[in-house]
Design a binder for this molecule. Structure first.
Ligand SMILES: [Mg+2]
Length: 160
């Protein structure tokens, strides 16, 4: 394989990554709407709903070493060391309710192909196993319903 072939292959892979952008952008806009609504609806809890920035853009370096293209992100490597974990939900509402420790929300869109990744399913199991509620939300309406239900505490039966 010539240097040119290797470089063309790397460019092709880079453009394939770029094609995923619109979906990520739509999810980003949806998440923004959800957070805006939440902050207006629950001002006292505003600080307890936060995003986990484990997705998104990373700077990548592509180098050719011994005829092989190596693409890596020094930034991602460091973030992993600092605790960034694959699969963690996009939003966490850090307040206990109805026996759950917290509400973990994974944002997806209604678009085809917007599904949980394997690492997200693994993290979901870990979160649920530790007593947290985990949901996937695809629309603002769904998010609103999920949050309202989560925060509506069931009143204990009145004793006579
Ligand atoms: Mg997501």
């Amino acid at each position: 394989m010539s240097y040119e072939d290797i470089w063309n292959k790397a460019q092709k892979e880079a453009s394939a990554t770029k094609q995923r952008k619109p979906q990520r952008h739509e999810e980003s806009r949806l998440q923004e709407s959800c957070v805006t609504w939440f902050r207006l609806q629950y001002p006292k809890l505003a600080l307890l709903l936060f995003a986990v920035p484990n997705g998104g853009k990373r700077t990548h370096r592509t180098i050719v070493r011994a005829g092989r293209v190596i693409t890596y992100s020094p930034e991602a490597k460091q973030m992993k060391k600092e605790g960034v974990t694959a699969g963690v939900a996009d939003l966490i509402l850090l307040t206990p309710s109805n026996g759950y420790a917290s509400l973990c929300i994974e944002m997806k869109t209604t678009e085809k192909g917007s599904e949980q990744r394997e690492s997200q399913k693994v993290w979901q199991q870990a979160a649920e196993g530790a007593g947290n509620k985990y949901v996937v939300c695809r629309t603002l309406e769904e998010f609103m319903a999920v949050v309202k239900e989560y925060l509506t505490t069931e009143k204990p039966p009145t004793s006579k």
